[in-house]
Write a protein that binds this ligand. Structure first.
Ligand SMILES: [Ca+2]
Ligand SMILES: [Ca+2]
Length: 476
C-alpha cells in the first residue's frame, strides 16, 4: 500500500494522537467552564428577575383577609428560597476583582464587571426586602398573620355582638330606617352599637380604629336646581347658590353601605402607610389646633384609591357621598337652608380664617373657632351621625367628573363611569373645606381635579360595600 500514512513512524503517530486527545480535552474543558460561567451568570439573572417579580407581586397582596392568605404564603416560600442564597451572593461579590466604580459596558453579558453588577443588585434588593419593619418580607408576614386571625377577631369573638346587631337591624320597629334589612357578619368589622341619636348602627374597623356607619339604602335626588322665584322651594332642592353642573337633579337608588363616621385622620394614614403627607401637621407649633386626629390632607385621588384598596375600602361614589351628606334633607345644607348655621356643623373659612389670611373667601359673620382644619368630629354630626360632611376637608369621590345629563348613576352604588369612547379626565371631590366659603360646602356642590392632584384642603372618607355573603372560614 503506497500511502503517506504508511510513511509515518508508529511512535510519532501515538504522540500525535495523544496531542490531539489532549487538545480536545483542553478545548472541551474551556468550553465546559465557559458554559458553566454563563450558566452561573444566567442563574443569578434569573434570581434577580424573580426578586423583581416578588417586589411587584408584593404590592398586590392585599387586603389582609383570608382570600389573599394563600398567595401570601406562596410569596413567602419563593422569597425564602432566593433569600437562602444571599450569603453565597455576598461571598461571591466580595471575591470579585472589580470595584463599584469600574466602568461597565452594556455590551457585556458575562465577565467580572457584569457579574459584579448582577450580584450587587441582588444583594442590595434582598437586603432591602429583609430590612426589619420596613422590608417587604416583614410586611407580608404581618399581613399573613392578620389574614389568619381576622376571622376569629372580628367574626368568632364578637359572635354575640353580630347576632345582636343583625337582629336589631332586621327589626323594623327598633331600626325603622333599615326597613327590615338582614345583613351578614362583615369580616374586618366589630359591631359597636346602635347610635341612639341617629338610630343607625355603627361598626369599628379594629385594624385602623375607624368607625363606620351603616347607611340605610334609599332613593334620593342628587343635585340642586335654580329657584323659580325669589323664595326658593327647598323641598324641591331649589338652591340660590345652584351651579349648572349640580343639575338636572337626578334620582338615584342606593343600596345600604358602610361609610366612615369621620374623615380619615393623619394618625390613621400614618399608622397604615408609615407616612404623613399632610401640609398642616406641626403639632408642636400649634398644639391647640393641629393634632394627630386632624384629617389627613395633601393626598391625591390616586393615593387614596391605592391605600383604601389595601384596606378593602373604597371611595364613596358622588351619589353615596351626597346621599350621606343630605341624610334625608333637601335644603342646601343638612342643618338647614341658611349658611349662618354652619358655625356649629362644619369648619369653613370663617372669621378665624379671615384673621389669619384676610382672604375674601372668608365669611366674617361666622365663627367656627378654627383657622386650620379641626380634629375630626369637632363639629355636630348630621342626621346619619356623620361628622364634617360640610367643610373641614373636601373629600375625594370615586366617579369621573361628567354632567348628570351625560352619565346616569347606576342603581346600587350610584357609580357614574366614563361613557364608551369618552375617557374621564377629572375626579370629583365634595363638601368644601376649612379654606372654602360656606356656599362651597353645600350638599350639592361638585369640585373636580386631575387624579394626581394634591392639596391641603382635600382628604378622604372611606366607604365599603356590604358583603352579601357570610365570610368563609380561613384555610388552615
Ligand atoms: Ca374655620
Ligand atoms: Ca369634609
Amino acid at each position: 500500500m503506497n500511502s503517506d500514512v504508511s510513511k509515518i513512524n508508529p511512535g510519532r503517530a501515538v504522540e500525535v494522537v495523544v496531542l490531539l486527545l489532549m487538545a480536545g480535552l483542553i478545548i472541551s474543558l474551556i468550553l465546559y467552564f465557559k458554559a458553566e460561567a454563563l450558566n452561573e451568570g444566567y442563574r443569578q439573572l434569573a434570581d434577580l428577575w424573580m426578586v423583581e417579580m416578588l417586589e411587584g407581586e408584593e404590592t398586590e397582596l392585599w387586603p389582609a383577609l383570608p382570600r389573599t392568605a394563600k398567595r401570601m404564603k406562596q410569596w413567602l416560600a419563593v422569597e425564602e428560597q432566593i433569600a437562602a442564597c444571599l450569603p453565597s451572593y455576598q461571598a461571591a461579590l466580595a471575591g470579585l476583582p472589580v470595584q463599584e466604580s469600574d466602568e461597565f459596558s452594556h455590551h457585556e453579558s458575562t465577565g467580572p464587571r457584569w457579574k459584579h453588577r448582577v450580584f450587587s443588585e441582588l444583594v442590595a434588593r434582598l437586603k432591602a426586602m429583609h430590612a426589619p419593619d420596613t422590608g417587604t418580607r416583614d410586611s407580608v408576614r404581618k399581613r399573613l398573620l392578620e389574614a389568619r386571625t381576622v376571622y376569629s377577631r372580628t367574626i368568632l369573638e364578637p359572635a354575640a355582638g353580630w347576632t345582636e346587631a343583625i337582629e336589631s337591624i332586621a327589626d323594623a320597629n327598633r331600626c325603622p330606617a333599615y326597613e327590615g334589612l338582614r345583613i351578614v357578619p362583615q369580616i374586618g368589622f366589630i359591631p359597636v352599637s346602635r347610635n341612639a341619636e341617629s338610630g343607625l348602627w355603627e361598626f369599628e374597623h379594629p385594624y385602623t380604629g375607624m368607625v363606620f356607619v351603616l347607611i340605610p339604602g334609599g332613593r334620593f335626588l342628587m343635585g340642586s336646581c335654580a329657584p323659580e322665584s325669589r323664595n326658593p322651594d327647598f323641598s324641591k332642592q331649589e338652591d340660590p347658590n345652584h351651579a349648572p353642573d349640580e343639575g338636572p337633579a337626578t334620582e338615584v337608588a342606593l343600596a345600604p353601605f358602610l361609610l366612615s363616621r369621620y374623615e380619615m385622620t393623619q394618625a390613621q394614614w400614618l399608622h397604615f402607610t408609615g407616612d404623613n403627607p399632610s401640609n398642616y401637621k406641626d403639632y408642636r407649633a400649634y398644639p391647640d389646633e393641629l393634632k394627630p386626629t386632624n384629617p389627613v390632607e395633601n393626598v391625591s385621588y390616586e393615593d387614596c384609591s391605592a391605600v383604601l384598596q389595601k384596606l378593602d375600602f373604597v371611595l364613596p361614589t358622588e351619589a353615596q357621598w351626597e346621599y350621606a351628606c343630605r341624610a334625608g334633607t333637601t335644603c342646601p345644607y343638612s342643618f338647614g337652608a341658611k349658611e349662618s348655621g354652619i358655625g356649629r356643623s362644619g369648619n369653613i373659612a370663617d372669621i378665624s380664617y379671615w384673621l389669619e389670611t384676610r382672604s375674601d373667601r372668608s365669611n366674617r359673620l361666622i365663627n367656627d373657632n378654627h383657622f386650620f382644619h379641626a380634629p375630626v368630629g369637632s363639629f355636630q354630626p348630621n342626621r346619619f351621625g356623620l361628622h364634617d360632611m360640610h367643610g373641614n376637608m373636601m373629600e375625594w369621590c370615586r366617579d369621573w367628573y361628567f354632567s348628570y345629563d351625560e352619565v346616569k348613576p347606576r342603581p346600587g352604588d350610584g357609580l357614574r363611569e366614563a361613557p364608551a369612547g369618552k375617557p374621564g379626565r377629572l375626579r370629583v371631590f365634595r363638601g368644601g373645606s376649612w379654606m372654602s366659603p360656606a356656599r362651597d360646602a353645600r350638599s350639592a356642590v361638585r369640585f373636580r381635579q386631575r387624579p394626581a392632584f394634591r392639596h391641603g384642603s382635600i382628604g378622604v372618607r372611606p366607604a365599603r360595600a356590604l358583603d352579601p355573603e357570610p365570610p368563609r372560614m380561613p384555610e388552615k
